[in-house]
Ligand binder design. Structure first.
Ligand code: NDP
Length: 472
């Protein structure tokens, strides 16, 4: 049981001005594994004031010094890999071996990458008689979700600190313990007081206090489109910059000539990773009607190779969902798919056998899904694949683009250049061709209602910079 009863504000662990505590659950067992303070708007205000005070000095700290601190933060996180991975695995449900790589390895890499970016970035350049100077944007409010909790924090905090910004972080209360570990690390390696602050609590209280705070210069949010819209509306009051990384309903187009033995298992993995709790999950498989029967058979076999179980057990390749709310929401979508007439290929609403306790959902595949069905349009955030058949390539592209979202996608073909042409016509921020490998430095973000701005690599770093021109 990990009890964290203080917030990290102005370089010190301090009690909340409120009395509440929020429990943290093990998604495998439904047992309480920790608790955190239920922060208040007053706590958020104190943290913003500390960040605003610290900004002038921190933004003037040399690039070399900033880089050194970020590199030490990466080392500090790396040293705590096993402990953080186990906690996140319990909170979120990702199998432990993957959690080590994805939930801790990736964020550690982001801190290391940003340590390098401070040094190799072109901070100034000349355009005619002007000197163009890049400067930190100021105080950054970071509001993050629970599905890749430390990674989503790192994608905001590391580039913001590298840019010379100060930060107030509000993590999700569903998977918050890793944020406390990060605060410990940043404190221990010597970030000055006020540069990084952590205020936990509920989104509608602490999140809204940050998003609407006049002294916050930028709010960077990852989560649902619903909450993102609210954040944007609150931020508009003080015309602060907004970066939003929101939901998705990404399509994976399997072209006529694709190798189904490669495409279908890879597509299932891209849908089921982290029990489907991934904003860029490829949840709509768009397949030629002529090959539908073959696809269904292979998708069923691939889905059934995902065996739900306790995320800490070495044999588990599909853990539970992060919370009871998410489990119930996902089961609700499965019911909806059945009632709207989709063909249930495998899975269903019942708990997986022997797993009545824990937030488990059966790996589920629907076929003969049509564009108007709820399971073709809404983000489900669980291990549920929708297969949509098409008759022509034009129709496949139209299906892919028939979404309010525009985050990710996939195209499979024996002809790579043809696949690339199709990928260019998909209105999303990323497309993987024939299962193209994950690139942590490639910009990530959404078209349409999937968001505003980009995270990762140089593009993600530049989001935290202002641009000034000096005419000479
Ligand atoms: P939310 O969008 O509610 O949560 C994300 C973060 O936003 C949390 O820190 C949350 O705080 C905070 N938040 C919530 N409401 C507000 C608000 N009004 N102002 C400021 N901050 C706020 O996601 P849910 O956990 O409710 O998940 C619901 C669905 O959202 C999922 O099923 C999935 O479809 C989608 N989602 C998408 C994600 C993505 O990666 N794009 C990530 C997570 C969810 P709190 O601690 O109170 O939850």
């Amino acid at each position: 049981m990990e009890v964290r009863d203080k917030l990290y504000i102005d370089g010190a662990w301090v009690p909340s001005t409120g009395k509440g505590a929020i429990e943290v659950f093990d998604s495998n067992t439904e047992e309480v594994i920790g608790s955190i303070p239920e922060g208040t708007a007053e706590d958020a205000d104190k943290a913003v004031a500390a960040a605003a005070r610290a900004f002038e000095d921190w933004s003037a700290v040399s690039h070399e010094e900033r880089s050194k601190l970020l590199a030490r933060a990466a080392e500090g996180l790396g040293a705590r890999t096993d402990e953080i991975a186990e906690t996140v695995s319990k909170e979120v449900g990702m199998p432990l071996s993957l959690a080590k790589i994805i939930q801790v390895g990736l964020p550690t890499g982001v801190f290391a990458e940003m340590a390098g970016k401070v040094n190799d970035f072109e901070w100034e350049r000349e355009v005619g008689n002007s000197l163009i100077v890049r400067e930190p944007i100021g105080v950054v409010g970071a509001i993050t979700p629970w599905n890749y909790p430390l990674y989503q924090i790192a994608l905001k905090v590391a580039p913001a600190l590298a840019a010379g910004c100060t930060v107030v972080l509000k993590p999700s209360e569903v998977a918050p313990l890793n944020a406390f570990a990060l605060a410990d690390v940043l404190h221990d390696v010597g970030f000055p007081p006020g540069v990084f602050n952590l205020v936990t609590g509920f989104g509608n209280v602490v999140g809204e206090a940050i998003a609407g705070h006049p002294k916050v210069d930028m709010v960077s949010f990852t989560g649902s489109t619903r909450a993102g819209k609210r954040v944007m509306a609150l931020a508009a009051e003080s015309v602060k910059k907004v970066a939003l990384e929101l939901g998705g309903k990404s399509a994976n187009i399997i072209l006529e000539d694709a190798d189904l033995d490669a495409a279908i298992p890879a597509g299932m993995f891209a849908c089921y990773l982290n029990s489907g709790q991934t904003c860029s999950a490829l949840t709509r498989m768009v397949v030629p009607r002529s090959r539908l029967a073959e696809v269904e058979e292979k998708a069923k076999a691939a889905a059934e190779s995902f065996v739900p179980g306790n995320s800490l057990e070495a044999t588990t390749n599909l853990g539970p969902l992060a919370s009871a709310i998410q489990r119930d929401r996902v089961r609700g979508y499965i019911e909806k798919g059945i009632s709207e007439g989709a063909k249930l290929v495998t899975g269903g609403v019942e708990a997986p056998e022997g797993l009545e306790k824990g937030y488990f959902v059966r790996p589920t595949v629907f076929s003969e899904v049509t564009r108007d069905m709820t399971i073709a349009q809404e983000e489900i955030f669980g291990p549920v694949l929708s297969i949509l058949p098409y008759d022509t390539e034009e129709e496949a592209i139209a299906i892919a683009n028939d979404s309010i979202y525009g985050l990710a996608g996939g195209v499979w073909s024996a002809d790579k250049s043809h696949a690339e042409q199709v990928a260019r016509r998909i209105r999303t921020g990323q497309v993987d061709i024939n299962g193209g490998a994950f690139n942590p430095a490639a910009p990530f973000g959404g078209y349409k209602q999937s968001g505003i701005g980009r995270e990762r690599g140089e593009f993600g770093f530049e989001e935290f910079l202002e641009t000034k021109s000096l005419q000479r």
